[in-house]
Write a protein that binds this ligand. Structure first.
Ligand SMILES: [Zn+2]
Length: 116
């Protein structure tokens, strides 16, 4: 049975983890996840699936990868942790005042607006 080893990866992260697992002789399957992207309908993020039998062997690698991942400068939603929020193009007037000096983003996963 296939189980997810890591989810909500950007394409670059998925490739990196795939290669790290492969180096440890663990085969993984990369699939998209998250809300569908336009116009292809695939998820906008990636997940890595591994055989359940490989889970123990992969755990240490994945834990290390996750720790490294949080130190990457990928902006993440403070609510759901999804990467790559979209720039909020034209925030309303009161928001421009409230968030003056920061950049507004909108999470594609949960729709939350936040500044960074
Ligand atoms: Zn979110």
């Amino acid at each position: 049975m296939l189980i997810p080893a890591a989810q909500y990866l950007t394409y670059a992260e998925a490739v990196q983890l795939y290669n790290e697992l492969l180096a440890a002789e663990i085969n993984s399957l990369v699939k998209t996840c998250g809300p569908p992207s336009f116009p292809f309908g695939d998820g906008i993020w990636y997940q890595l699936l591994i055989e359940e039998a490989d889970a123990d062997a992969a755990r240490e690698l994945v834990v290390h990868f996750e720790a490294q991942r949080t130190s990457l400068t990928v902006l993440r939603c403070p609510r759901c942790g999804a990467p790559d929020p979209q720039l909020l193009a034209r925030p309303g007037f009161w928001r421009r005042l409230y968030y003056a000096g920061t950049t507004l983003y909108r999470c594609a996963g949960c729709g939350r607006n936040f500044s960074a």
